[in-house]
Design a protein around this ligand. Structure first.
Ligand SMILES: [Mg+2]
Ligand SMILES: [Zn+2]
Length: 200
């Protein structure tokens, strides 16, 4: 399951930039939902556009601090991301990795045997659903103050029930990705505890 970060896992601040710890708020129901989805056998892949990451306006250190806090928070509740894919570019940069383009997850798709018919992309924006369409996976929307269909509770039920209905095993054995990786742009770096990465 691919998942957007800002506006989907955590609430998007008014200035759309999560660069301080006090800006971090989880979306309602996100923890039990991700636990349930994970238990059903899905690997979680975070796919996020972080406009201008590494520029003066959004220093890398501010991103690292908040991103690590978010990953630690989820990890403390038993939720692990198999990969974290970050596009650091601005729209005008014309990169190939900014959602809704799929360059951000190309390496992941090559490395793993993702069954796209059985995969999902969860996000809060139209571009996330467009990204899902470009990937050939089912797109579902989660939003703060959205419709009852756009809550984590409903989305998790839909994903897990769909899996049961199709008779999938739900075993974790299908995971082929035990090590976490971070992609920044087109560079892939292993994510050891205290993960290191660099910006291209
Ligand atoms: Mg978002
Ligand atoms: Zn990019």
């Amino acid at each position: 399951m691919f998942v957007d970060r800002d506006g989907t896992l955590i609430v998007e601040p008014a200035d759309q930039q999560v660069d301080r710890l006090d800006k971090i708020r989880l979306l309602p129901g996100v923890i039990p939902a991700l636990l349930e989805i994970q238990r059903a056998g899905f690997a979680l892949v975070m796919a996020t556009n972080q406009d201008g990451l590494g520029t003066e306006r959004f220093p890398e250190a501010d991103f690292r601090l908040t991103q690590q806090f978010i990953l630690d928070l989820f990890s403390s509740q038993g939720i692990e991301f198999d990969a974290v894919c970050v596009c650091p570019h601005f729209p005008q940069d014309g990169c190939g990795c900014r959602k809704p383009k799929i360059g951000l997850v190309t390496d992941y798709l090559l490395r793993t045997a993702v069954d796209r018919d059985a995969s999902f992309m969860i996000g809060d924006r139209a571009t996330d659903l467009e990204f899902a369409g470009n990937l050939g996976v089912t797109g579902l929307r989660v939003r703060v103050n959205g419709t009852p269909q756009e809550t984590w509770e409903t989305v998790a039920r839909r994903i897990v029930r769909g899996r049961a209905r199709h008779g999938w095993s739900g075993a974790h054995g299908k995971r082929r990705f035990s090590r976490r990786w971070i992609w920044i742009g087109r560079r892939r770096l292993p994510s050891a505890p205290g993960w290191a990465f660099s910006i291209i």
